[in-house]
Write a protein that binds this ligand. Structure first.
Ligand SMILES: Nc1nc2c(c(=O)[nH]1)N[C@H]1C(S)=C(S)[C@@H](COP(=O)(O)OP(=O)(O)OC[C@H]3O[C@@H](n4cnc5c(=O)[nH]c(N)nc54)[C@H](O)[C@@H]3O)O[C@H]1N2
Ligand SMILES: Nc1nc2c(c(=O)[nH]1)N[C@H]1C(S)=C(S)[C@@H](COP(=O)(O)OP(=O)(O)OC[C@H]3O[C@@H](n4cnc5c(=O)[nH]c(N)nc54)[C@H](O)[C@@H]3O)O[C@H]1N2
Ligand code: SF4
Ligand SMILES: [Mo]
Length: 735
């Protein structure tokens, strides 16, 4: 490859931008649509397209290596994607991509991709499939879905999917079909955080503001590895500028390594830590009286309830010294309003995680959430609502939801649901028997706790269909696999970040016969007699209909990659979207449902003598269970597949570094290599998610490491419906 300096590259880029702007007038603009590149390039001359030293052309699109969706500039040479860079105009990437984003092209060029529809020929789970035509695979899928609907009712069909841009179309399919049974990753991920913030602040997903913040408490939020590019960068910048960061984590994570202090808290006791901070702040009058009086309800009840939660009380529970808790309470309150306790992301840890999240939300409220009038630390991020083609109303659904919302979980927001309950309802047949499962962009066999139970549930079903790009572990058990084009080969519905609206568009043509989800769902909808819910001719037509209210031509957004929608005017006084219109320190909604109205201590289960807490948590170079087959990312796996164990605990059991050990819980057992490290509490072990793939269709990832879901036990937080992923206790012995 030709060597050039960064300056030369930037110069080339600037010239390209100039070229693009020049070409962006009149008829030439339309020619710049990427499918027109051949002729356009011939007309405009190569200098307009030479963006870097090597690219024939570049396309502005969105990453999909994780749900954060950074802006990408994809560079193509000789018809092949050569390089992915961050788009500086995207507020998430700001010109950078993480390791996974950089490696995204290997997902498109993964030799293990599914490029044609597949239909099962062997026994379920044997992994024996044959190639089918789209016609055949879609006809068969529609026939099975109609058979289930007509025989057992639409509720007998489960739909599930993890956050993605074509999700509105998937939800359209399930709502039009008429099933109430929809499973998402949310209850394995952020139910506790979202439910607590909805009940306290009336905000679903609080955006995090870092500007000016001098004191930040991270309760297991591992931002350096559980990456959100923009937020990770903001934290790094604050640390460089001297902000004091406190990390509570039983494990010495990469975030702990960058923080001012690492507190290896006993798992499940973060609630006690935060209650003690609240106690000190109230007892010593360190809270923001003006904010509390003006914007909150229930302060007196809280003050009464936390009276006994002193640092002295919390110290033996959390195993954090009393003086440390006391000092942090003072420092935190003194740094206010330029301080916050991070609301976290994956909060599926213990059955008391909802209460922990409530305590965090209340703690933030006590020190005043809004440094500047109306400009609060937490605000809903998206300000633009994007529509789509017209559609008729959905049929009325009368059947109960299998996930227990709201009849078993009255406070779980309908949108979040309790995924693990759906799996269990398949096994018990209660309150009725599900017969089919349609999952898209999801790997429930790996991501749900207790893999054996999930496989058992799958085996009980009459029909399973999956939409994925690789033969993931769950698809391995499917009857039909519908191959989606990768994010670099397809359009998806538009995506708004704040008021900026981005497009995902194809960089290259799909390999094989892979097709976009927009196409797949519409084709299936037609066969199910639901064509009125899919009123678009093709992908571009769908996006044109989304763009119409903004008056933005498709050609323009394809060229620029985004457009800025008008920003709605901010109303003067801050209001809170809760029943009282205020921040609910005491919540009548909780009280009425039979839960404590203010956060109080709830003791989580402790491991019996001789057992460890099993921790999980992201690694920077992988996304969940999805990227282990990526050839580039595999090169940067160091000890990621091994079990973390403290040397003291190892010595007591005669275990040496690199030994093979057997890890056993009430749900199952795995054998895995040990990595000895002092970066974990002696009563904990840790396994990274994503290894131990069961699908032999993932040739590079198969049989590497182990999957924690083989040992994870299913426990559900009764308020938020979150799965308690840290509440699995294991023995570890030499294998
Ligand atoms: N590289 C990368 N980035 C990602 C993802 C990815 O897969 N890969 N996934 C994205 C998604 S979907 C999510 S949800 C976020 C998740 O990102 P985070 O919310 O940061 O969550 P995790 O990494 O799952 O877990 C964080 C930490 O919780 C600790 N922990 C476990 N139990 C307890 C406890 O009881 N108390 C405390 N204080 N800590 C505990 C674990 O040791 C772990 O280090 O990351 C996102 N970003
Ligand atoms: N042990 C353990 N379990 C966990 C967690 C943990 O940390 N440890 N984390 C929990 C959390 S936070 C979450 S969010 C969930 C995630 O749980 P899941 O959503 O089930 O897991 P993913 O690995 O993200 O599954 C995504 C699937 O989408 C596929 N995919 C990728 N790109 C595309 C695409 O463009 N189109 C289509 N159709 N498919 C695509 C991938 O191949 C992959 O099979 O797991 C939860 N479970
Ligand atoms: S954080 Fe990384 S993987 Fe996720 S969207 Fe951004 S670049 Fe892609
Ligand atoms: Mo997640």
């Amino acid at each position: 490859m030709e060597e050039i300096t960064r300056e030369q590259w930037l110069l080339n880029r600037r010239q390209f931008m100039k070229g693009a702007v020049l070409a962006g007038t009149g008829a030439a603009l339309a020619k710049l649509g990427i499918f027109d590149l051949g002729p356009a390039q011939a007309q405009a001359g190569p200098e307009h397209f030479l963006s870097g030293p090597t690219a024939d052309y570049e396309v502005r699109t969105l990453c999909e290596m994780c749900v954060w969706r950074c802006g990408v500039i994809a560079k193509v040479r000789g018809g092949k994607i050569e390089k992915l860079d961050g788009n500086p105009e995207h507020p998430h990437s700001l010109g950078n991509l993480c390791a996974r984003g950089q490696s995204g092209l290997m997902m498109t060029y993964d030799p293990d991709r599914v490029l044609y529809p597949l239909m099962r020929v062997g026994e379920r789970g044997s992994g024996r499939f044959r190639r089918a035509t789209w016609e055949e695979a879609l006809d068969f899928t529609a026939e099975q879905m109609l058979r289930i609907k007509n025989t057992y009712g639409p509720e007998a069909m489960i739909f599930s999917s993890t956050h993605n841009l074509s999700q509105p179309l998937f939800e359209n399919l399930l709502n039009a079909y008429g099933s109430p049974n929809y499973g998402t990753q949310r209850s394995l991920c952020f139910n506790a955080m979202v439910t607590a913030h909805l009940l306290t602040l009336g905000i679903q997903e609080p955006a995090r503001r870092y500007d000016g913040m001098n004191y930040i408490i991270l309760t297991g939020r591992n931002l350096m590895e559980g990456i959100s590019t923009s937020e990770t960068r903001q934290l790094m910048e604050r640390i460089a500028q001297g902000a004091h960061v406190v990390v509570l984590d039983p494990r010495f994570t990469k975030t702990a390594a960058k923080a001012a202090e690492w507190l290896p808290i006993r798992p499940g006791t973060d609630l006690a830590f935060h209650l003690a901070l609240i106690q000190v702040i109230i007892d010593e009058n360190l809270y923001d009286r003006a904010f509390v009086e003006r914007y909150t309800v229930g302060f007196d009840e809280l003050a009464e309830a936390v009276r006994g939660y002193t640092p002295r009380w919390a110290a033996p529970i959390t195993e954090i010294p009393e003086a440390t808790i006391y000092r942090i309470a003072h420092e935190f309150a003194e740094a206010a309003p330029y301080a916050f306790a991070h609301p976290n992301w994956r909060t599926s840890n213990f059955i008391n995680s909802f209460q922990t999240e409530r305590a965090i939300a209340v703690l933030n409220a006590l020190i005043g959430l809004c440094p500047e009038q109306g400009d609060c630390i937490f605000a809903d991020e998206s300000t633009v609502s994007l529509g789509g083609p017209p559609q008729p109303p959905y049929p009325r659904v009368t059947a109960m939801r299998l996930d227990g919302v709201p009849w078993k979980y009255p406070l779980v927001p309908l949108k979040l649901g309790v995924f693990q309950e759906i799996r269990d309802a398949v096994l018990t047949g209660q309150p009725y028997q599900a017969r089919g499962w349609f999952f898209s962009r999801q790997n429930p066999i790996m991501s749900l706790p207790d893999m054996a139970r999930t496989i058992e549930a799958f085996k009980k079903l009459e029909f399973i269909v999956s939409v994925d790009i690789i033969l993931n572990d769950s698809s391995w058990y499917a009857d039909v696999i519908l191959p989606e084009a990768t994010y670099l080969e397809r359009y998806d519905p538009l995506h708004a970040v704040g008021s900026r609206v981005f497009i995902r568009q194809p960089v290259v043509e799909p390999l094989g016969e892979a097709r976009s989800a927009l196409w797949i769902y519409r084709e299936l909808g037609r066969r199910l007699g639901l064509e009125d819910y899919f009123q678009y001719l093709d992908e571009e037509d769908y996006i044109r209909q989304q763009l119409a209210p903004f008056g933005v031509p498709l050609e323009q957004i394809k060229q620029v990659g985004y457009f800025d929608a008008p920003v709605p005017e901010r109303s003067g006084e801050r209001t809170w979207n809760t029943p009282s219109g205020k921040v609910e320190i005491a919540s009548e909604t909780l009280r009425k449902a039979g839960f404590p109205a203010v956060p109080v201590w709830e003791e989580p289960p402790r491991p019996p003598e001789g057992r460890f807490y099993l921790l999980t948590g992201k690694v920077g170079q992988h996304t969940q269970f999805a990227t282990q087959n990526n050839a580039y990312l595999q090169e940067v796996d160091y000890h990621t597949q091994d079990l973390w164990l403290h040397p003291t605990a190892a010595a007591q059991r005669g275990i040496n570094n690199g030994d093979l050990v057997r890890v056993t819980s009430d749900a199952g057992a795995v054998e895995v290599k040990v990595w000895l490290t002092e970066g974990i509490r002696p009563d904990c072990v840790y396994l990274a998610p994503g290894f131990g793939h069961a699908s032999r269709g993932l040739k590079k990832a198969y049989n590497r490491g182990v999957n924690a879901s083989r040992v994870h036990v299913t426990f559900t937080d009764p308020v938020s419906g979150g799965q308690a992923l840290t509440q699995t206790f294991v023995t570890v012995e030499r294998a």
